[in-house]
Design a protein around this ligand. Structure first.
Ligand code: SAH
Ligand code: SF4
Length: 347
């Protein structure tokens, strides 16, 4: 039997080709696209399609859906954490955050991750598979439907390394950013990567206008390699070069993520070394007190340390903010909920 077509991952012109190749008039593609944009979950809901086209779609295509397996709402800030499942039983996490300027969602790009960062819950539970573009869209649509809201910002900072699933992620970005898709606007999308240099270069070439966030977490290769195995393949010098090129190609300032880990990467000397290296770049640093994941042995830096680290960076003209942690009562750091559920013997 031929594999079913993942209809929500198709670009409008591919949908058109699919419809006309199946012997139906071209305008039907726009109708189907309109229903998919509305977020319908079945072909029966596409009311203006003739019965023979609906029957054809049902036997040859499927519509990706993300089903809510678990939902946790933070008592402090109304941050919502979802555990979504897909029809094959695999689960991913998404986190919905409410800011004064609107709703933002952090979505997953893979089930698990191959990169093995030692502080990360996702990295610890291994890799199962890549997500398709439609499965990334489905997380956004499921959260919007569940809360009755419209999401304005998306960050690819959930489970998985987006640049290790490059083609599906680029497809997602184009679909989410386009008027026929979620119509988010590329500038409202942020992709976070652990630093796969050739893929950052490839992304820069596409000139997509999305925001790039790079997980740095160390001022030099020796410390970085202790927590992030990817540092052994792509040294920091090359990574910073790729970030400079990304800025030159897109005009978008790069953000560096830096999880402050007590006694690992948070001393004054580390801050000076980082300030020196980042000074020539157009960038911003997000300092995040590390989320102490069970079994890692890492602890958050003291509040005073966090502030002192930011002040030292400011001395080099590098702007840094200590990010407030949302949803601290609901395992809001991605990977924690799935890991816990796996351990409990759930999905
Ligand atoms: N794979 C991508 C995106 C997903 S991880 C990446 O690594 O950038 C999203 C962010 O959460 C990354 O900046 C990652 O380094 C960070 N992160 C992972 N575990 C964390 C923890 N325990 N505490 C704080 N930040 C963490
Ligand atoms: Fe993967 Fe990112 Fe976690 Fe590293 S921090 S293991 S790259 S999800």
């Amino acid at each position: 039997m031929q594999a079913l077509t993942d209809i929500k991952s198709l670009y409008p012109q591919e949908l058109e080709a699919f419809v006309t190749d199946s012997g139906f008039p071209r305008f039907r593609a726009a109708q189907i696209g309109g229903w998919l944009q509305k977020g319908v979950n079945s072909f029966d809901e596409m009311r203006n399609l003739p019965a023979d086209l609906k029957a054809h779609l049902k036997t040859s295509c499927y519509i990706s859906v993300a089903t809510i397996e678990k939902k946790q709402v933070s008592r402090y800030d109304k941050t919502v954490k979802y555990l979504f499942s897909f029809p094959d039983g695999e689960c991913v996490e998404s986190v919905l955050m409410r800011y004064h300027h609107g709703y933002s969602i952090c979505i997953s790009t893979q089930v698990g991750c191959k990169m093995g960062c030692t502080f990360c819950a996702t990295g610890k539970s291994g890799y199962a598979r890549d997500l398709t573009a439609s499965e990334m869209l489905a997380q956004i649509e499921a959260a919007q439907r569940d809360e009755g809201i419209r999401i304005s910002n998306v960050v690819l900072m959930g489970m998985g390394e987006p640049l290790d699933n490059f083609d599906n992620v680029v497809r997602f970005l184009r679909l989410a950013g386009s008027e026929q898709g979620l119509n988010l606007g590329m500038r409202h999308i942020t992709l976070s990567t652990c630093g796969i240099v050739p893929k950052i270069d490839a992304l820069a070439k596409l000139k997509l206008q999305i925001n790039l966030a790079v997980s740095l977490h160390a001022p030099n290769d020796a410390i970085r390699a202790r927590t992030m195995p990817v540092a052994r393949a792509y040294p920091m010098e090359e990574l910073l070069r790729a970030c400079r090129d990304y800025f030159d190609a897109t005009g978008r300032r790069v953000t560096f993520e830096y999880a402050l880990i007590h006694d690992v990467n948070d001393t004054d000397a580390h801050a000076h070394e980082l300030g020196q290296r980042l000074k020539p770049l157009h960038c911003h640093v997000n300092l995040i007190p590390v989320n102490a994941v069970e079994g890692t042995g890492y602890h958050k830096s003291k509040v005073q340390r966090q502030q002192s680290f930011a002040n030292i960076l400011a001395g080099y003209g590098v702007t840094a903010t200590v990010r407030r942690t949302l949803g601290s009562d609901i395992d809001a750091s991605c990977g924690q909920l799935r890991r816990k559920t796996l351990k409990e013997g759930g999905k």
